[in-house]
Each structure stands twice: as structure tokens, then as C-alpha cells.
Design a protein around this ligand. Structure first.
Ligand SMILES: [Zn+2]
Length: 64
């Protein structure tokens, strides 16, 4: 008996670059919930990134 359902569709997870099953995957395009959360977290942290206020460098003293 032959199965004519074809191969499962796989896509590379944009997060970890592992082949992720596409069909029936609630986390697509990611391979797992973990990768999805990591990606969302990355976007969130990018969104809420505070501007660097590390300007505590002393001014140069030029000897003229
Ligand atoms: Zn992944």
C-alpha cells in the first residue's frame, strides 16, 4: 500500500536554522515555542532598548 500524502513540508526555522515541520505547527515559521518566544523577546527588547547614557568620558585636554 502506497501513501500518496507526500513529504511533510519543512522550513528552516528563522531562529535556530533547524528544519521545522510546517504543517500543523502552531509555532511556524519557528520550529518550536521556544524559538518563537526568543524571537518575540528579541523584538521586544529591541523595542524597549534604552538609549545608552554612558557619556561619562572626561573631555580631552589638549595641550596647545
Ligand atoms: Zn528553531
Amino acid at each position: 500500500m502506497e501513501k500518496a500524502r507526500g513529504k511533510p513540508v519543512r522550513r528552516l526555522c528563522p531562529r535556530c536554522r533547524q528544519p521545522a515541520i510546517w504543517e500543523g505547527n502552531p509555532y511556524r515559521p519557528f520550529c518550536s515555542e521556544r524559538c518563537r518566544l526568543i524571537d518575540l523577546g528579541a523584538w521586544a527588547s529591541e523595542d524597549y532598548r534604552v538609549p545608552s547614557t554612558e557619556t561619562a568620558q572626561p573631555p580631552y585636554e589638549e595641550d596647545t
